[in-house]
Design a protein around this ligand. Structure first.
Ligand SMILES: Cc1cc2nc3c(=O)[nH]c(=O)nc-3n(C[C@H](O)[C@H](O)[C@H](O)COP(=O)(O)OP(=O)(O)OC[C@H]3O[C@@H](n4cnc5c(N)ncnc54)[C@H](O)[C@@H]3O)c2cc1C
Length: 492
């Protein structure tokens, strides 16, 4: 007779506590396999970067250690989940597959569709639980605000892991060949410039933030230098589910009231608000939110010289535009996987407005390098910052003004663009203003730093004219009422 089992399938929910699928499996009482699959068919996705995989490996190690301490085991496989299910199905009666809902990119959405079909064909119940305040499907927009308030007010739940009925190792010989025995070296090499994954470091960061940085939060969030230490730095932990939103909010509630606390709480809500937008309109991974921009952008791209655009992309994506703050941000991102909100927005503005790069290429490059890549926040933000909606505020940043305002002492610039660290402060923001005499006295400044690849006054003016003329077009304006009607209302 075949044994009945349950499966907890971990995805972007790599934690032990406040984990609804795990708690449901414990309540169900059957022997349970807790598994994670590195899925070869998804590993080719263009959004992925080895730093993401390293974060996952660290998260799995942390989880595995916690489970082992409680006498349980995490099973990690190197195969598509469908392959694992098929093999297990030959030896067990799979009662229920428990997992969190995933609001992912097209490749994970299609994988989930296949799994739903597989479960239906094999009479396996697939029970999914929401991870955020996000309602499935297009209709999620209606009544979102009260739904979100209700969802977020629930206290987090401790997982009674010692009540879990484990699956004996002997039972698993049938899937031994699918086990993950070796990982690519670059996923294993620790890198101290990046945050480490795992529930343990996530909980540490959460208490550090609430106890030490929250009281100064608003003063620093726009500054590229100090935001690294005073904003919460919880984004990657939330993206991989090392923490649940409820765990964060529960800890936040214990802090005294302040405008910093309210500002942080709003961002927790934005987190779900943006993911709900993406869930309700996921085509924005591939096309502008405002359909009229499809033709407009295509015509614009056809008018540009592809070789020139490639040079611009290469310079922007490696931090070599000649604008110190822009280059510092990109180099910081490449080195550490993080820049703050304002600088992300400026990088998109420089790429899409000043350099007229293809927004999809820009979105992919940033997604690969943001350690916290979260499709549901990333794509709606890209659409807004790249001006593809037809109704959000157009942000065409002047990189010099941002530099003078957000990094006045040029501390961030000189950390990431060390070749200009010896210049006087004013020249660190605009090294091209150096006179030939100063250049001699200051000892040869590389020309690459003194000649930016674009003139932001000219490209900014041209971008303003271009974007406003597009926005005034009848076909763009025509779409706006429908788009606004379909917006997720966060205040109603
Ligand atoms: C073009 C662009 C792309 C972005 N892509 C991502 C992404 O892939 N993943 C991601 O987590 N954030 C993304 N953001 C939002 C924001 O920049 C980051 O969440 C933030 O910088 C992370 O740092 P933190 O955790 O210290 O944030 P905090 O300021 O401490 O905020 C706390 C949390 O609130 C949420 N949050 C903060 N700002 C926003 C916002 N504007 N919209 C939605 N949620 C927000 C995040 O979960 C964040 O961790 C993007 C912003 C832009 C402009």
């Amino acid at each position: 007779m075949m044994h009945s089992i349950n499966i907890v399938w971990l995805k972007r929910d790599l934690r032990l506590h406040d984990h609804a699928p795990l708690s449901a499996a414990i309540d169900a009482g059957l022997p349970t396999l807790i598994c994670y699959c590195f899925e070869p068919s998804l590993l080719q996705d263009d959004h992925l970067h080895p730093s993401h995989q390293r974060f996952i490996v660290e998260s799995l190690s942390d989880l595995s250690l916690q489970l082992t301490q409680q006498g349980h085991q995490l099973h990690v496989f190197w195969c598509d989940i469908s392959q694992l299910l098929t093999q297990l199905h030959q030896h067990f009666v799979i009662d229920t597959l428990f997992s969190h809902e995933e609001i992912g990119v097209m490749s994970t959405f299609q994988r989930d569709q296949q799994i739903a079909q597989w479960c239906q064909q094999h009479q396996v119940t697939w029970q999914e639980f929401p991870q955020f305040a996000v309602k499935r499907g297009k209709h999620g927009r209606k009544g979102w605000s009260s739904f979100a308030d209700q969802f977020l007010q629930f206290p987090p739940k401790q997982t009674r892991i010692n009540s879990l009925k484990a699956l004996s190792i002997d039972h698993l010989s049938s899937v031994k060949s699918l086990k993950c025995n070796r990982l690519p070296k670059e996923w294993l090499k620790s890198n101290s410039f990046y945050q480490s994954g795992g529930e343990t470091p996530a909980l540490k960061q959460l208490s550090l933030f609430i106890e030490s940085s929250l009281s100064e939060y608003c003063f620093h969030i726009s500054k590229p230098d100090t935001s690294r230490y005073f904003s919460s730095r919880l984004s990657a932990y939330l993206a991989y589910g090392n923490l649940s939103l409820r765990q964060v909010l529960h800890t936040l509630h214990q802090a005294p009231s302040s405008r910093h606390k309210s500002a942080f709480y709003s961002r927790m809500r934005w987190h779900c608000h943006f993911i709900q937008k993406f869930e309700s309109d996921c085509r924005i991974e591939f096309e502008p939110l405002n359909p009229a921009y499809v033709a407009i952008i295509q015509q614009q791209q056809e008018r540009l010289n592809p070789d020139q655009q490639q040079c611009y992309f290469d310079a922007w994506s490696t931090g070599n535009t000649g604008y110190p703050l822009v280059d510092a941000c990109m180099r910081a991102l490449l080195q550490t996987g993080f820049v703050n909100f304002r600088m992300r927005s400026m990088l998109v503005s420089v790429a899409c407005h000043h350099l007229q790069l293809d927004w999809k290429q820009v979105a992919l490059h940033l997604a690969r390098h943001f350690l916290d890549f979260e499709p549901g926040i990333h794509y709606p933000q890209i659409q807004m910052q790249a001006g593809l909606t037809g109704f959000n505020t157009l942000r065409i940043y002047n990189p010099v003004q941002q530099s003078l305002k957000q990094d006045a002492q040029a501390k961030f610039i000189q950390e990431f663009v060390p070749e200009i660290a010896h210049l006087p402060l004013e020249l660190k923001h605009q090294p091209w203003l150096v006179t030939p005499l100063e250049a001699q006295m200051l000892d040869a400044i590389p020309t690459r730093c003194t000649t930016p690849i674009f003139n932001s006054d000219e490209t900014g003016k041209a971008a303003r004219e271009r974007l406003w003329s597009w926005r005034k077009r009848a076909e763009v304006k025509e779409q706006v009422p429908t788009l606004l009607r379909n917006q997720v209302k966060s205040d109603a």
